[in-house]
Design a protein around this ligand. Structure first.
Ligand SMILES: [Zn+2]
Length: 230
């Protein structure tokens, strides 16, 4: 074997290994689109304390969003999952009990964390999720295999919009500063991650209004994915 043949061989081998891992083993953080479209996503629900309030804001603003739900919460509030689905919001899979999946020793444990939500949401809403987000955005090879086996696509985010500061969100200036910082990060095709928690309720309505004023359209995660433009 000549030196150059060997080099080409190594190159092909490497590009196969690296190429595959890049193509299939990376959660989508943003979609390349031709419109000013974005997806708002809410993690960790449904929660009786927050889901109805978030839903009320989305209804008032007449927009659709995506909820990455946890099985143990769906079990406690199936009517909230039903309500969201009925109103045209997308429900995604965020595992049964929100563990760090790569920390689980048994592959079967990873599978049941993911498969369990597929079964549960199918039972509760009539449709099986196609969108997945790993708790803490932690993935490993076994997690990817299970995602694939369940016909899911994994989404991280390009905008992390939770309020992490220690200011009081009853203070309008604190809200205004936070809105300014997160709105600046939004670009067409953005996936915006928030959690179902009290703090989100302080700025969600204004956040949506601000983005609408900038000409943004709000679609679900799967809709945004379908708008993908090469
Ligand atoms: Zn979560």
């Amino acid at each position: 074997m000549s030196n150059s043949t060997l080099k080409i061989g190594i190159f092909l081998l490497l590009s196969t290994v690296i190429g595959n891992s890049n193509a299939s083993e990376k959660a989508t953080a943003k979609i390349k689109v031709n419109c000013k479209c974005i997806a708002l996503t809410f993690d960790d629900g449904p929660q009786a304390k927050f889901t109805p309030a978030i839903l009320a804001i989305l209804t008032k603003q007449n927009i659709k969003a995506t909820f990455f739900q946890v099985g143990k919460n769906i079990k406690n509030n199936p009517q909230l999952s039903q309500l969201l689905a009925k109103q045209g919001h997308e429900l995604g899979n965020h595992t049964m009990s929100h563990p760090r999946l790569p920390h689980l020793t048994a592959i079967s444990a990873i599978n049941s964390e993911i498969k369990g939500v597929q079964i549960m949401l199918k039972e509760v809403t009539g449709s099986t999720p196609t969108a997945f987000r790993a708790p803490f955005l932690k993935y490993d090879k076994r997690v990817w295999q299970s995602i694939k086996d369940n016909n899911l696509r994994a989404y991280n985010a390009s905008v992390y919009a939770d309020y992490k500061g220690d200011g009081d969100l009853h203070d309008q200036q604190v809200v205004a500063d936070h809105l300014e910082s997160i709105t600046a990060k939004v670009t067409p095709g953005a996936i915006v991650l928030m959690h179902e928690r009290q703090k989100t309720l302080h700025y969600l309505n204004l956040f949506i209004k601000t983005l609408k004023a900038q000409g943004y359209h709000f679609v679900t995660m799967s809709q945004l994915s379908k708008l993908k433009h090469e």
